[in-house]
Write a protein that binds this ligand. Structure first.
Ligand code: GUN
Ligand code: ZN
Length: 430
């Protein structure tokens, strides 16, 4: 047993979902949280925890907010160096910027460099777990997992599979996608804090044979996650219709091949048909809202309110680098703005929940990460609600916690992320 650490501040956790009833009432506030051996030991009043653990190392954060580390359930770490590439919509954006960059990951040294850079940049933003697409190169998966393991970080990722409609050098085959994914899964899944996700990029870049092979692999390993893209842009949907004339809709191109399930993560899911909504809900699949990406690439406005009311499981993600930010604060702000454009603004409690508990639920990891409760892994963020002069002057006028937090959600960046703890170890601040 290692020493106990006590952090005092405004410890924000969630007792229930803020999408039922009054959003603010879903939260719980404590004065202190105690950590030991990489896990949350207890939460309560500062006095209680100090009395129970008189030898504890103490860190006092005053009125800063201590919340769970942010969980980003849909990213492409290999797109780190081409984030914010100008002027294209999805298919042209992939061909012009994304595929040339992903080609570079045939070099394991480049993959290792970008994996470390990506984990540095996201740790600075308070993201402690992510679920990433890699490239077709198995070495790109090894690079991210090796670096995550070195940092003691919980990371989900998978080899991106593509056997058509991608350039030479960025295509595998149905068989090699199956073999390479299986080998990576067997090497990494469940090692330390690492989990493997079977990863067909999206149905336009996979033949039916490849989708079938990956469906078979998922059936052999149903405990693994499966991640892909769904109904992001109307041009993409028309392309899918042409490529799969027998399919009832876009989702059916996955469903037919065993790629629809409770452990499936479907990124974007903007332009859904009624049948697709129903099937996704029936199987309990996760939808991932990627708001900065959906505005940046010009994809559309995700129906958060309608899908939540329909009982869908929904996470919130950056989609770096189709998304224009590494920051979950910025991503919450974009989700708020899209809610406004749809006439359904999200409450700050809902935004914070989506970036933590909701995204952990999408990854089926909400028993371990995304909240602050005894036994959960000690991935924490300490937020400074007055990190810039502009934010501070607004926060000073706030009457309650949510009003104090909202300017940081809307205007904050990595300066608002005062400290970050991963697995009970401080990785930023101090
Ligand atoms: N659809 C297929 N691949 C991608 C990708 O890399 N980014 C986004 N935003 N959508 C995709
Ligand atoms: Zn994506």
């Amino acid at each position: 047993m290692s020493a106990v650490t006590i952090l005092t501040g405004r410890v924000l956790s969630f007792a229930t979902t803020p999408f039922d009833g009054a959003p603010g009432a879903a939260a719980r506030l404590d004065e202190a949280v105690a950590l030991q051996d990489g896990r949350i030991l207890a939460r309560g009043t500062a006095e209680e925890l100090r009395a129970a653990h008189p030898q504890a190392v103490r860190h006092a954060y005053g009125d800063k907010v201590i919340c769970a580390g942010f969980v980003d359930p849909h990213v492409h770490y290999p797109q780190t160096a081409m984030i914010a590439s100008w002027g294209k919509r999805l298919i042209d954006w992939l061909n012009s910027y994304t595929f040339p960059e992903e080609m570079k990951f045939s070099d394991p040294a480049y993959a290792a460099e970008i994996a470390a850079r990506y984990l540095d940049l996201t740790a600075a933003e308070g993201t402690t777990t992510m679920c990433s697409f890699c490239t077709i190169h198995p070495g790109s998966v090894d690079a991210l997992f090796t670096e995550a393991q070195r940092r003691g970080q919980r990371v989900v990722a998978g080899k991106t599979c593509m056997d058509r409609n991608a350039p030479e050098g960025l295509r595998d085959s149905a068989q090699s996608a199956y073999d390479d994914s299986k080998a990576l899964l067997e090497r990494w899944h469940g090692v330390d804090r690492i989990a493997y996700a079977i990863t067909p990029r999206f149905s336009p870049t996979s033949t039916p044979e490849q989708l079938e092979a990956l469906g078979a692999l998922w059936a052999e390993h149903p405990g693994c996650l499966m991640q892909t893209h769904l109904s992001e842009q109307t041009d993409e949907i028309a392309w899918v219709k042409g490529l799969f004339p027998q399919a009832r809709d876009y989702l059916d191109t996955y469903e037919q091949f065993g790629l629809l399930g409770a452990n499936g993560l479907y990124g974007h899911a903007i332009h859904l048909e009624p049948r697709e909504r129903d099937r996704l809900r029936e199987v309990g699949a996760a939808l991932v809202h990627c708001p900065t990406s959906n505005t940046f690439i010009g994809s559309g406005l995700f129906d958060m309110a309608g899908l939540m009311a329909g009982g869908h499981r929904i996470g919130l993600a950056t989609d770096t680098g189709g998304g224009s930010s590494f920051s979950m604060l910025r991503t919450m702000a974009a989700a708020y703005e899209i809610g406004q454009l749809r006439g359904t603004p999200l409450h700050p409690a809902q935004l914070m929940w989506l970036a933590t508990v909701g995204s952990a639920q999408a990854l089926r990891m909400d028993d371990r990460i995304g909240n602050i409760a005894p036994g959960m892994e000690a991935d924490l963020v300490v937020l400074d609600l007055a990190s810039t002069a502009a934010i501070a002057q607004r926060e000073a006028e706030a009457d309650d916690l949510w009003e104090a937090l909202f300017p940081t959600i809307m205007m904050g960046d990595d300066r608002a992320v005062a400290e970050v703890w991963i697995g009970g170890r401080r990785v930023k601040g101090g």
